[in-house]
Design a protein around this ligand. Structure first.
Ligand code: ADP
Ligand code: ASP
Ligand code: MG
Length: 418
């Protein structure tokens, strides 16, 4: 039997009624002749609640117990989905990660897949079960402890199963009917894309578009999984949703395909450091060791005699996720105490956000950066840091301008037009 993977996100399994709706959709695919692997998220809001319980119980929690608690939301929906399918007369059973087993690294709360042996689930399909309902987001480490894959990780579970079982397709059912030019919650002009290239989706996801977890796109690209994003609230139709696919399948591409944003950014400036070979390594080495994910970096022009100093001195500015700012600060102060770097002070800015334009078309269209900067300038938005790659340009700006910037850029690059 051909295999199909269907993943239902939190809002799609938020109530028993919605689980029934999702189960009906699964039943239809079984009737179409598929053996189906269903991946479920926890009911919406559930994982946040569990994270809250853990933090309240133990602020510096044991990561293994964190995973034991926060993975449990998916166990509930997996069981309920299997029961609902059984009630509909579809032979189904639930699987927790360790039962499959979904083998992962032991990096708790950020585990990665090692392998997913097919034998147990295949044996059940051979016995006549039509649906395997697998709890998303979780796995088991070599030490036999429950692991989780990071927030939004059920998307990655789905793609990993599609790759492991050679599924015909991996359908991600969510609360929007596809991938849009930007988050439809931010811009009413956002337009649904019929197709998007893996590379573009990867950039959008890693730059803040949470419709797919970044790692899921990476896996889909590596294993060439046919990945589709669609709504669990709309009636199924031919060509529904957005296909995430190889670049070659996209006929023409505009310079910019989409806009992503992230609120959870912070900027830090290391003020008055010596301008000498090795200074960047001296700063970013300790940050890397402390596990700070530095994103954008600028070193300003050095000036002799700057701020009354005789030697060449400079400032270094970088951005990182806002929840890593304290860790960054500690790493730099410790390095200064240890004498490996000298600086006057650290300046933190937590009222920033990152807005990015993404498109494979940028490779062949010139002038994207200038258009972006001009558009922001026309709105009176100051750019604090810039970063570019072959297919994206990101800027760090004041957070209060985020919506305005996204909307202005959406207009400027005419993304509402097909
Ligand atoms: P699920 O619970 O199904 O995993 P998520 O909340 O994780 O759903 O992801 C879906 C949400 O992603 C949408 O409701 C939407 O607000 C947001 N989103 C952000 N960027 C985009 C985009 N470019 N296209 C579609 N949705 C987006
Ligand atoms: N329930 C988990 C989360 O909220 C995983 C997921 O839904 O993908 O992050
Ligand atoms: Mg999600």
């Amino acid at each position: 039997m051909p295999i199909l993977v269907m993943k239902f996100g939190g809002t799609s399994v938020a109530t028993l009624d919605r689980i029934r709706r999702a189960a009906k959709r699964v039943g239809m695919e079984v009737a179409n002749g598929y053996d189906v692997i269903v991946i479920v998220s926890a009911m919406s809001g559930e994982t946040n609640k569990l994270v809250g319980y853990v933090s309240e119980t133990s602020p510096l929690y044991d990561a293994r117990e964190y995973d034991a608690v926060v993975s449990s939301g998916e166990n509930v929906t997996a069981g309920l989905m299997a029961l609902t399918l059984q009630e509909m007369g579809v032979p189904a059973r639930s699987w927790q990660g360790w039962q499959v087993p979904i083998n992962t690294t032991s990096a708790h709360s950020a585990a990665r897949f090692i392998d997913i042996p097919r034998d147990n689930i295949d044996a059940k399909f051979a016995e006549g079960f039509k649906v395997a309902v697998v709890a998303g987001f979780q796995g088991v480490s070599a030490e036999g402890r429950i692991t989780t894959l990071g927030r939004g990780g059920s998307d990655t579970t789905a793609v990993a199963f599609a790759a492991a079982f050679g599924a015909e397709r991996c359908d991600i059912y969510t609360d929007v009917d596809g991938v849009y030019t930007t988050d439809p919650r931010i811009s009413s002009k956002a337009r649904k894309l019929d197709k998007i290239a893996f590379e573009e989706m990867l950039e959008l996801a890693s730059l803040g578009a949470k419709v797919l977890q970044t790692r899921s796109v990476e896996l889909a690209m590596r294993y060439n999984v046919k990945l589709r994003v669609l709504s669990s609230f709309e009636e199924p139709s031919e060509g529904a949703g957005t296909l995430v696919c190889a670049e070659e399948l996209i006929m023409e591409s505009k310079a910019v395909s989409g806009i992503a944003f992230s609120r959870d950014e912070a900027k830090m400036t290391v003020v008055t450091i010596e301008d000498r070979p090795g200074i960047a390594a001296a700063i970013f080495g300790p940050l890397a060791e402390a596990g700070v994910n530095v994103d954008m970096i600028v070193q300003n022009v050095s000036e002799q005699g700057y701020q009354g100093h005789k030697e060449g001195v400079t400032d270094m500015t970088f951005s990182c996720p806002i929840d890593q700012l304290k860790r960054a600060e500690k790493a730099l102060l410790d390095a200064r105490d240890a004498g490996t770097i000298k600086f006057d002070r650290l300046e933190a800015d937590t009222d920033v956000c990152k807005v990015s334009v993404v498109g494979i078309g940028m490779r062949s269209h010139a002038g994207v950066a200038s258009k972006m900067f001009e558009t922001l300038s026309n709105e009176g938005i100051n750019i604090k840091v810039i970063a570019t790659s072959e297919i994206k340009i990101s800027v760090l700006i004041d957070r209060k301008y985020m919506e305005l910037a996204v909307q202005a850029l959406h207009d400027a690059f005419e993304l509402e037009k097909a």
